[in-house]
Design a protein around this ligand. Structure first.
Ligand SMILES: NC(=O)C1=CN([C@@H]2O[C@H](COP(=O)(O)OP(=O)(O)OC[C@H]3O[C@@H](n4cnc5c(N)ncnc54)[C@H](OP(=O)(O)O)[C@@H]3O)[C@@H](O)[C@H]2O)[C@@H](O)CC1
Ligand SMILES: Nc1ncnc2c1ncn2[C@@H]1O[C@H](COP(=O)(O)OP(=O)(O)O)[C@@H](O)[C@H]1O
Ligand SMILES: [K+]
Length: 490
């Protein structure tokens, strides 16, 4: 798991580390790591034009010291100082010694320089930044966005909130972010994620001084741990049986997608109960199907309830029946609309409850998610005593105790009808397999994103493609590579 940290956590670790290292050593470590990423991105360094955007703090100091290293290798480096009287003195001296040039950050010539550079290094603001970019800095960020340079943010893209990813006005559009010590939460979620581009982590020795993280990103290896194959002792029941209540006679699609996703994730046994029974039976002969109520379906180890099932009295009564069990329940789509009107249905449940809203469904519980998506998910989770999976470009999962996960996989091609139904089926299967609810939700989002990436390799995807690619996604996450003809199932 990759721990995600806040600026305050970095500050608390920075103090003892600074006290234990010679003056300037940490910044040199950061600058060395930064320069080596820039060298990799540039390929050839000699003669390349590098523009440094330099603010008044240590973030600008990092950019100046890295710029000095690039100038030492023959790059034509110019520092654009936003407040010339307050630029980091040691950094400035190092750049000048290495042959770098310096200009003031206001006016057209600075913007022209940025738009003509091969690489722009953003050292305007780091974790000490407050609020959006001021006018001159915003103009330079816009010039970088319009130019053809490789854009690299130092520690965090200037103008994003390092804790939340929120952007107030304009922020630097980085293709790459070289971040120091730890990955900051704001680099992987919300608008921060799209502004940060590819994140490169440079170790500067903060690790031993850091408090434990409360937010995480899962890797394939973490998710693989919850996807172990059946053993010789297993039968169709022992892997966890999923119950699905989704779709309707008129709209069977949600039931078909959700049941298929559960089967393809953990193909022990899936039981379906609801009015899309005929459609589900036709699509998935492997499922055990009833058009009765959940209680008629037989024993299950988890329930998925909601996609496409409607919001009438029958749907409300089915939701209440499922929530009255002590089993883990995933509540999605129409069931979220019903639950928002009666949130007490989930408060104090014995079994775990996972809510999977998109933004509009989330808002029905009282407040819009806003720009702090991790904070919003945590607040709703704590209020209801549930796990909340807030969908988006970076899906966020929060547990009632505040533990959060930010998903690292996926593709914007997932923005198509029915992909949420697939996610519900995947997470339902992992809940039935016995994973703790927050981990099931986070692992399910990871797998869903991997399947989306596979399905979108050659262009647009449909929700059904996601279901089809799930076995391959499970295999890839488990490190098995693409299946070849003749491979036996692992
Ligand atoms: N953690 C570590 O161990 C290490 C950290 N390192 C580096 O240090 C960085 C943190 O440095 P930092 O504390 O000097 O703060 P930083 O982000 O440069 O900005 C503060 C300055 O910006 C200003 N300012 C604020 N808001 C503004 C705005 N909206 N628009 C314009 N200006 C604004 C504010 O001035 P004022 O508001 O007073 O005018 C203040 O002067 C960190 O991100 C990393 O890069 C590495 O060197 C290695 C070890
Ligand atoms: N721009 C995007 N980038 C990545 N993933 C996205 C994007 N937009 C939507 N998704 C993902 O697609 C799925 C859509 O779910 P949902 O809105 O419930 O769709 P539906 O109700 O049609 O099934 C979610 O998993 C969400 O995270
Ligand atoms: K920066």
């Amino acid at each position: 798991m990759i721990g995600l940290h806040t600026a305050a956590e970095v500050r608390s670790a920075e103090e003892p580390l600074l006290a234990a290292t010679p003056p300037g050593a940490l910044m040199q470590r950061a600058a060395a790591g930064l320069a080596s990423v820039c060298v990799r991105l540039l390929g050839r360094v000699y003669g390349r034009r590098v523009a440094l955007l330099v603010g008044t703090g240590n973030n600008g100091g990092d950019a100046l010291l890295a710029g000095a290293r690039l100038a030492g290798r023959g790059a034509r480096v110019t520092a654009v100082l936003l407040d010339p009287g307050r630029a980091h003195p040691d950094g400035l001296a190092a750049l000048r010694r290495a042959g770098g040039r310096v200009v003031a950050g206001n006016g057209r010539s600075a913007a022209t320089l940025v738009s003509r550079a091969d690489l722009v290094l953003d050292g305007i603001l780091g974790i000490g930044g407050r609020g959006g970019l001021r006018r001159d800095a915003a103009d330079l960020a816009a010039a970088a966005a319009d130019g053809t340079a490789v854009t690299v943010a130092v520690d965090v893209p200037s103008g994003i909130d390092a804790d939340t990813g929120a952007v107030d006005g304009v922020a630097f559009p980085a293709m790459h972010t070289v971040t120091f010590g730890v990955v900051k939460v704001g680099l992987v979620v919300g608008e921060g994620r799209s502004h940060a581009g590819t994140v490169h982590l440079v170790d500067i020795g903060l690790g031993p001084h850091l408090p434990s993280a409360t937010a995480f990103q899962l890797t394939d290896a973490d998710v693989a741990a919850g996807l172990s194959p059946p053993s010789g002792d297993d039968d169709k029941y022992s892997q966890g049986v999923v119950g699905v209540v989704a779709g309707s006679a008129t709209y069977p699609g949600a039931g078909v997608l959700c049941t298929g996703a559960a089967l393809r994730t953990r193909p022990g046994l899936v039981r379906y109960a609801g009015t899309a029974a005929d459609g589900v039976r036709a699509a998935w002969p492997e499922a055990v199907v009833t058009d009765g109520r959940p209680a008629d379906a037989g024993r299950v180890q988890s329930w998925v309830v909601g996609p496409g099932m409607g919001t009438g009295d029958d749907a409300r009564s089915v939701l209440a029946e499922v929530l009255a069990t002590d089993l883990p329940v995933l509540v999605d789509a129409d069931a979220l609309t019903l639950l928002a009107a009666e949130p007490d249905l989930v408060r104090g449940r014995e079994g775990a409850t996972v809510l999977t809203p998109h933004d509009r469904e989330f808002a029905r519980f009282g407040t819009e998610p806003g720009q702090d998506r991790v904070g919003a998910a945590r607040r709703l989770a704590a209020d209801l005593g549930c796990v909340v999976l807030l969908k988006g470009e970076a899906t966020v999962v929060a547990d009632a105790d505040g533990t959060a996960f930010v998903n690292a996989t996926g593709t914007p091609w997932l923005a198509t009808a029915g992909t949420g139904d697939v996610l519900s089926g995947i997470v339902g299967a992992l809940l039935a397999a016995g994973l703790p609810a927050a981990e099931a939700a986070a692992a399910g989002a990871h797998l869903h994103g991997r399947s989306g990436q596979l399905a979108a390799q050659h262009g647009p995807l449909l929700a059904g493609d996601l279901v089809r690619r799930l076995p391959e996604a499970v295999g890839r996450v488990r490190g098995l590579g693409a299946p070849r003809l003749g491979d036996s199932a692992a």
